[in-house]
Write a protein that binds this ligand. Structure first.
Ligand SMILES: [Zn+2]
Length: 263
């Protein structure tokens, strides 16, 4: 099982070494901005690296919204990120499930997701697999609760969409972690990546504040159970810089049934 961390984008391979990580995730552009990703000078090194690379798409992307002025640039930014991610040999682009606004019909959000994949398919599909991540907050989210996720997968499943399960988001979003992997896989048929994070906030709070695995409001045993059951690569998006994340990675590797498969 590959285990890594979300790191600063300046020198991801150095960040991986500092954490003894098998995998890294980083942003290719300002996560709060609309700028397209630029070519990277370390693309060859990243492609050749033993470390697995994941790209997190900017937070501003919301392909579900009925608002054209957000949705259209969101689609384009997701496509450009998938292309830039391919240049560095990334295994996936992680993007949040998005939402519609209060009063909007959530069905429109799901249909906009379908159109996003259909739009990409017109030019041969996304250059890197797109992994849709569950989110913590909002009453109109496409991938917060599993009932919504099921409706989302009805439309994106046929396009080969991937899924990224964030444990903090699930807990804060109001989904019990016990047996969550089975319930998710019954819907998506897959979990491509786990974001293993504890939560500073309580169950169902809707807040999105990550904590180190041994801290926070989630019983660490539940986090471990999710990681074991998912049997997918793991990224920690936890605080504390290199030392905090290295400790979280070491904690996961020290558990039976998690570190075993390390090549
Ligand atoms: Zn996450």
């Amino acid at each position: 099982m590959r285990i890594g961390a979300h790191v600063d984008s300046a020198d991801p391979l150095a960040e991986a070494s500092a954490r003894a990580a098998d995998a890294v995730q980083f942003f290719l552009s300002d996560p709060k901005g609309w700028k397209a990703p630029q070519p990277r000078g370390d693309a060859d090194r990243l492609r050749a690296a033993e470390v697995d690379v994941y790209v997190h798409a900017p937070y501003v992307i919301n392909v579900a919204t009925p608002n054209n002025r957000i949705r259209i640039p969101s689609r384009k930014l997701l496509v450009s990120h998938a292309a830039a991610a391919a240049e560095i040999g990334a295994r996936g682009v992680i993007v949040h499930g998005g939402h519609v606004n209060a009063g909007d019909d959530l069905a429109v959000g799901f249909d906009n997701w379908r159109k996003t994949f259909a739009y990409a398919a017109e030019s041969g599909g996304f250059a890197t697999p797109v992994l849709i991540e569950n989110t913590a907050g909002g009453e109109n989210a496409c991938a917060r609760r599993l009932d919504a996720l099921a409706r989302l997968w009805d439309v994106v499943g046929e396009y080969g969409a991937g899924f990224c399960l964030d444990t903090c988001h699930a807990h804060a979003g109001g989904e019990e972690l016990l047996d969550l992997v089975d319930r998710v896989k019954a819907i998506t048929g897959r979990i491509d990546l786990v974001h293993a994070n504890n939560s500073r906030d309580g169950f169902g709070s809707g807040a999105d504040r990550h904590d180190n695995l041994g801290s926070g409001t989630i019983d660490p045993e539940l986090l471990l159970a999710v990681v074991r059951a998912a049997d997918a690569p793991v990224i920690v998006e936890t605080p504390g810089g290199a030392s905090g994340q290295a400790a979280d990675i070491a904690f996961l590797r020290g558990q039976t049934g998690i570190g075993d498969r390390l090549a």
